[in-house]
Structures are given as C-alpha cells and as structure tokens.
Ligand binder design. Structure first.
Ligand code: IVH
Length: 685
C-alpha cells in the first residue's frame, strides 16, 4: 500500500472506530460486534506501525474510548485508567510470554490468570477505611463521579473490614449485571415497549449512569475488583494484593490462578472457555498478568495499555441456521416488530427457534431474505439476534421479505412516524392485539397487580366484557361466570384482587395507563414531581423536560397522551371507580423501615420481588447477603441455612413475615391469594 492509500485508509478506520466507540461508551448501544471492532483496531495499529509518521496522538489506538456524560461531577484519575491489549489468537499469547521473558532477562516470574469480566470499569478510592469516591473510566484521564450509585451496589462495602488497609488506596474492577438481573430488566423493558439492552455490559454501564441511585439499587448490579495500582500498596505480587483486598471485605474473584508458564496459561484458557458458560455473569475472555509487581513496573506501559498484561478474548457464541419465515408482531403500543422463525439450532446451551430482526431498515440493510442462511448470536442476551447473512449460500428461491403495509391483526394501514424506525398500527382502540396488550399491561404485577393471565384477558375481550381498563371495574360475578372454567370462587378472588387495586399508589396507576415510553421509573418520577394526575395532565412540555431523566421523547408522549379526549374519559371513569390519582391518598409508601437494611430468604405469601418492593416502599434497603450492616434477616418458609447461620453468628435479628407486616402501617393487603405471580405476565414471543 502506498503512503497516500495508507493515509486514506487510516482516516477511514479512525472515523469508524471513533463513531463506534461513542455508540459503545456513551449510548450503550453498540452497532458493531467486539470482534469486528477489534479487527479494525488491529488493522489501524499495523498501518500506524508501518507508517509511523501518520500516527497522531488523537488516534483511537492511542486513547481509550470515553464514557463521560453530562449530569455527573468529574474528577481526574490519580493514575490513568488504561485498556488492555487483546487478541483472539493463542499464538499471540505465546508471543506475549516470550517477549516478557526476554525483557525480564533471567528473572523468574509467574502469571496471574483471571477472568475478563464483561461489564463497565470502575475505580474505587478508599480513605481511612471508607469508600471515598467511585469514578468511571471516563476518557481514561478524567472519570464521572458515580459514588452515590456505587453505594447502592450490594457487594461493594461502604466501610472496610479486617485490618492492614492503607490509609488511602485505589482499587479497580468491573461493575457487572448478572444474567438474572439482566433478563428481569429486559423483560420489564419489553413489557413497557422500551428498547431492551443489547447485552449485560451495556445494561451495566447504562444502569451505573442513571441519575437516580435508588433505581440503580434496584437494577441488581454487582462488582468484582481486579487491580490495585501498585503505587498505592506495599505487596510483592498482584495476587497477594488482591488476597489482602478480599480480607478487607472487597469483592475479589475466586477464579484467579497463579501459574508459572505458558502451559498453565493454556490450561486455564481451555478450562474457562467451557466453564464460563455456567457463570452467572458475562465474561469475554481471560486476562493474563505478570504477577510480580517489580516486574510489572519494569515492563511499564504504552500510551494505552500495560505491557505486563494481555487479554485473550473468546469469540461470541454464534451459529448458522436457516431463516424459515418472518412473523410481524404487534405490541400494545401498536409497534410492529419482525421476528424470525429459524430452523432450530443449538446455541449457548439452548435451542434457538426465534430471533429478533429489529426493524425493516435492518432487514433491508443486511439484505436478509427468507430461505437464507443467517448467523445468530447469543452472548447473554435473552433474545437471540441475527447479525449476518451468508450471501454466498443464498438459494435461488430465497424471497425478499415485504414488510406488511397493513396491521397483521386488524388490517389498518400502518404508519411510520418521522424519526421512528418502526411502523405502527394507528388503530389504538380498535386493534384487538393492542387493546388486549394494554389491558394485560394495566393488570400487570408492577401495575395494578390484579390476578388475571393472558388467556383470561383474551376471553374477557372476546366476550365483549372489557374494552378499556375502566371496564374491569364494572365486572360482577354474573359476568365473570361467562368465562369458561370460572366458578363462584375464581370470580370472588378476581373481584377481591380488583378491589385491592383501588389502593395501589398513584405512581403505579400512572404506569398502568401505559403511556408510551413511561416505564415504571419514569412513572415514579412523574408521580413524585406532580403529586396528582391533574397537575401532570396540565404540565407543559418544558415543565416535563425539566424533570430528571425525562427527555424529548417522553415529554412529547406525555403531552400527546393527555390531549386525547379518549384518555381523559378513561381517567374520569377510573377515578370514579376509586383508583388513586394523587400521591397523598392511599399511597402504600411509608418510612417505617428507613435506615434498615434487610436480607430476605425463603418463600413468602407474596412473590419475593413484591416483598423487596414492599421493603423499599417503606424506606428500607434490600441486600442479598447477611453482614454486620444487616438490620434484619426476614425469613420465610425454607430459608437458606447459611443465611440463618450467619445471622446467628453476627447477632442479626431474624424476623418473620408477620413481624415485618406489624412494623408497617396497616394496609389493605389481599395479595396473598395463592396465584402464581407469573400469571399476569404476557409471554414474550
Ligand atoms: S486489569 C491497567 N483485569 O477489560 C489495566 N481488566 O478490555 C488494568 N477487565 O480495561 C486492567 N476483566 O475494564 C483487568 N481481570 C481483569 C479484567 C479487566 C475485565 C476490563 C478492564 C479493562 C478492559 C480491557
């Protein structure tokens, strides 16, 4: 390649890499796979090596991506937060070991092999045994101060235990979202027709950057720490420093191993390439570090990464299969989503038959046709994704899909609004799928918490018993007995549950209304800010925008909702039915548990999530493990024996559900009626 061509290619690569870096770090919505990103970065690196005069300090090879955002105070890092050199090729790990050996002469040294945790980097500073500050990586030099959020992550101690910690030191690691929390969060987001997070890593960094620490606490994040800058501690080896950190109560991984040669490294890689599938959180490779701090020091750093460590990355799990057909699903807000039906294929431990195709632009850009062989990935995502199509093996009879121009359910012509990637069915109060979706959402566990499943709601609608949520409150036993299989008892239970929903707090009623883009958290914010529905309904766009986390899209959607006469009528009818439309009246909230940290264990008369919410609603804090900071261990039936033992050892008071209820202001609770909570949740696919 001549000099001019190299210059052009370098410019091109830098542009693509910067853009993707921004999408990855700031928007938490990457558009390129890690593998492709790393490949382009390597190409840029080798071009810059070949043409050193073209290397500039602002090149993406010289800087780490930036996650800095408005809304947070920023502080400089004491030591820059660097990235790691990485490879997908075991030969390059051997090169790394050889190079290190050569540079260190005859000195004997060992390697610390660790998991490469796939989350978002964090830097914690402890001063006099207390968490002083938590900074994100930022641009590597300056980070966002997320201390308030980090304090809500249950395995990060605010105060150290043990002895021997330095007066002040930094420790770095990763904030992760375990698969369980990730699946729950994305289910909620899909329920609310919000875009799901692409993977646990984006969900973790998006959650860490929320402006509401309470919500961060609810996201179920965890932390694992893996690096203490050598300047701030006096140990000989990295592994000893981490062992000490563990003894101070800091979360350090148990999966670390110290090995003394390339064979040991390879064995560790082989083991974790398989075993990592059973970990409860995402990892994307292995990190190999020279263990002796003196040798780390001798090897030093490049502008971007340490010379004493390297990452071996695993390829994301993917599979090839055939695209058999495409379904077009209508959601409760009318958005139409294409979903691929695939020839069943084994992927990351499950059989995949369906995958999302995002929207029609995606299908067109990728030129995906029915009959094509497509590449599907599943890297911790609940919904597998199609990421590529094999054009070479396209059969002659492959058919380009035609996105429906009318609603697959009610036949109304679909509309595409400006700036929206999706087409919508505008027939919001005539399209059966949308209506049923809205009704089901209204009754949902996180909304009015009325006990009825999808099949029941479908039947009620098909029999003409309900068309809007207000119709539920006009149901009586006689009408309910029209439902197949329903007896006096089931009708009574349903009516009781409906009655209990009259005391559900205003924030949840607001969420139940199903205003587009108003999820659970936004509903809470709006309820808190305005206090009642009339103030909210008359709020201007600007007033809405002034609220934390309310952007242009939400503000517009709320304004539009309250301008619609059909919605005004619905709210009037619900108000007459006795629902709560202001914060003061009937709100379940109290501060009876303020300052109390509660660990729950075992089964209760209400689902565990409900119990946790109840604790939070009354000012308490949930924690997953018993420690000296725990106020009560709330034990249901079959509690975990370790938790009971630990509570006994630490003198933590164990309370029963009944005792907890006595601590709360008296409430109208008829939730305990034996229905499984999942009955009210719609099926995803
Ligand atoms: S050590 C000076 N150890 O991966 C470098 N990093 O892609 C200190 N990461 O920037 C980093 N697991 O955010 C280290 N066991 C581990 C890691 C790890 C994940 C992250 C870290 C790093 C990135 C590079």
């Amino acid at each position: 390649m001549d000099h001019e061509k190299a210059r052009e290619r370098i410019e091109e690569l830098r542009k693509v890499l910067w853009e993707n870096s921004r999408k990855y770090y700031v928007e938490n919505a990457p558009t390129m796979s890690d593998f492709d990103f790393d490949a382009l970065m390597h190409e840029l690196e080798s071009l810059e090596n070949a043409y050193p005069d073209l290397l500039t300090p602002d090149s993406p090879t010289q800087r780490v991506g930036s996650d800095l955002e408005r809304g947070f105070a920023q502080y400089p890092h004491r030591y820059p937060m660097l990235s790691l050199g990485n490879t997908y090729n075991i030969g390059e790990i051997e090169d790394f070991a050889r190079r290190a050996g050569k540079e260190l002469g005859d000195a004997s040294f060992t390697y610390s092999c660790e998991l490469k945790f796939d989350g978002t980097a964090i830097c914690l500073t402890y001063r006099n045994g207390r968490l002083f500050r938590a900074l994100t990586r930022g641009d590597g030099v300056v980070g966002d101060d997320v201390t308030a959020n980090v304090l809500r992550i249950s395995n990060i101690p605010a105060v150290l235990s043990g002895t021997g910690w330095p007066e002040e030191f930094e420790i770095r690691g990763e904030i992760l979202m375990p698969y369980e929390s990730f699946d729950r969060l994305n289910k909620e987001r899909l329920d609310n027709e919000e875009a799901p997070f692409a993977n646990p890593r984006n969900a973790a960094s998006g959650s860490l950057k929320l402006l509401d620490p309470e919500e961060v606490g609810r996201r179920g994040l965890m932390c694992t720490l893996y690096h203490i800058p050598a300047q701030s501690i006096a140990f000989d080896t990295h592994s000893e420093a981490l062992d000490a950190a563990a003894s101070w109560g800091l979360p350090v991984s148990d999966e670390r191993r110290v090995v003394d040669g390339i064979e040991g490294i390879e064995e560790y890689i082989r083991y974790w390439d398989v075993q990592r599938k059973y970990l409860p959180f995402a990892t994307d490779g292995i990190v190999i570090k020279i263990n002796e701090l003196a040798w780390q020091n001798a090897l030093g750093y490049t502008a971007k990464s340490p010379r004493w460590a390297v990452a071996f990355k695993f390829q994301a799990e993917e599979a090839l299969t055939r695209l058999l057909s495409i379904d077009y699903q209508v959601g409760r807000t009318g958005a139409v989503t294409p979903v691929a039906n695939l020839e069943p294929v084994q992927l990351a431990g499950t059989v995949v038959k369906r995958a999302t195709l995002n929207n029609e632009d995606f299908i067109a850009q990728m030129d995906i046709r029915v009959g094509d062989t497509v590449k599907v990935i599943k890297g911790g995502e609940i919904i597998p994704k199609i990421i590529d199509v094999d054009l070479k093996s396209r059969p002659a009879d492959a058919v380009a899909p035609v996105f429906p121009s009318v609603c697959p359910d009610c036949g109304t012509p679909l509309v595409k609004e400006e700036g929206e990637a999706k087409r919508f069915c505008p027939n919001s109060d005539g399209c059966p799928t949308q209506i049923k979706g809205k009704l089901l959402h209204f009754l949902g566990r996180k909304a009015m918490n009325v006990l009825a499943g999808e099949a029941t709601v479908d039947q009620m609608y098909d029999l003409g018993l309900v068309k809007t949520p207000a119709d539920f409150y006009a149901l009586d036993t006689q009408k309910l007995l029209m439902l197949s299989g329903w007896k006096e008892k089931s009708a009574r239970r349903f009516l009781q549950s409906l009655d209990a929903s009259r005391s559900v707090g205003f924030d949840r009623v607001l969420f139940a209304l199903g205003i587009r883009y108003v999820g659970e958290t936004t509903a809470k914010e709006l309820a808190k800010h305005f206090g009642d529905i009339d103030s909210l309904a008359s709020a201007s766009y600007d007033e809405l925008r002034s609220i934390r986390d309310v952007g242009d899209v939400i503000a517009k959607s709320v304004c539009e909702y309250f301008q619609d006469d059909r919605h005004k009528e619905l709210i009037d009818r619900l108000r007459h039915a006795g629902l709560q439309f202001s914060m003061e009246a009937g709100s379940d909230a109290s501060d009876a548990l303020a300052g109390k940290t509660i660990v729950i264990s075992g089964n209760f008369s209400i689902p565990r999530e409900e119990m946790k919410k109840l604790i939070e609603m009354n000012g308490g804090k949930n924690s997953s493990s018993v420690s000296g900071k725990t106020s009560y261990l709330l034990a249901g039936s079959k509690p975990g024996p370790e938790k009971i033992k630990k509570a006994g050892e630490l003198g933590v008071r164990i309370i029963t559900e009944e005792e907890l209820m006595q601590m709360l202001p008296s409430r109208n609770d008829s939730r305990n009626d034996g229905f499984p909570a999942s009955e009210t949740e719609p099926t995803l696919f």
